[in-house]
Ligand binder design. Sequence first.
Ligand SMILES: C[S@@+](CC[C@H](N)C(=O)[O-])C[C@H]1O[C@@H](n2cnc3c(N)ncnc32)[C@H](O)[C@@H]1O
Ligand SMILES: [Zn+2]
Length: 166
Amino acid sequence: MKRVTVKVSKIQGKGVYALENIKKGEIVLEINDSHAVKDPSKLTKYQHEYECDYLADGKIVLMQPPERHINHSCDSSTYVKTIEGKRKVFAMKDIKKGDEITYDYSINGYNDGTFDCHCGSKNCRGVYQGNFFKLPKDLQIRYLPYLDNWFVKEHENEIDRLTRKH
Ligand SMILES: C[S@@+](CC[C@H](N)C(=O)[O-])C[C@H]1O[C@@H](n2cnc3c(N)ncnc32)[C@H](O)[C@@H]1O
Ligand SMILES: [Zn+2]
């Protein structure tokens, strides 16, 4: 049973919305990563901004609906973890039917992308920052449990430095 639908968002363009109440820790949807980009030089600026996801070992995938329409929020409701090779979107908190599903794009992010954030949350950071390690230190530490395993593995040293006391 589909738990989400796509419709116009107050944040930006289209967004993904809950069709039912979803409890913290439950799976919201499974991501379709089957559309790998063979030649990134052929991608348009639009595809980079709206359709691409940047994964382990430099792999780029063209995101498919509905996940392609998940907007960023600085007060996000979901996070992504790879379980037995499949990426799944988990609820970070209880989500009510009709709520927009969001994740914080900075989690698992390691790029120079930025945009003015329109998430509208009280703790909006104003400008989205594509590099996890450029987030405020206390936020990086709060987000540690939500990082995907491949990201932790690829950035072992930076994460080690972050968690070391001295
Ligand atoms: C994968 S798309 C998100 C879905 C998009 N709204 C759509 O209509 O398909 C990612 C792009 O959406 C825009 N976006 C997502 N969240 C945003 C936010 N909180 N504030 C401003 N723009 C946002 C940015 O341009 C970002 O590069
Ligand atoms: Zn924001």
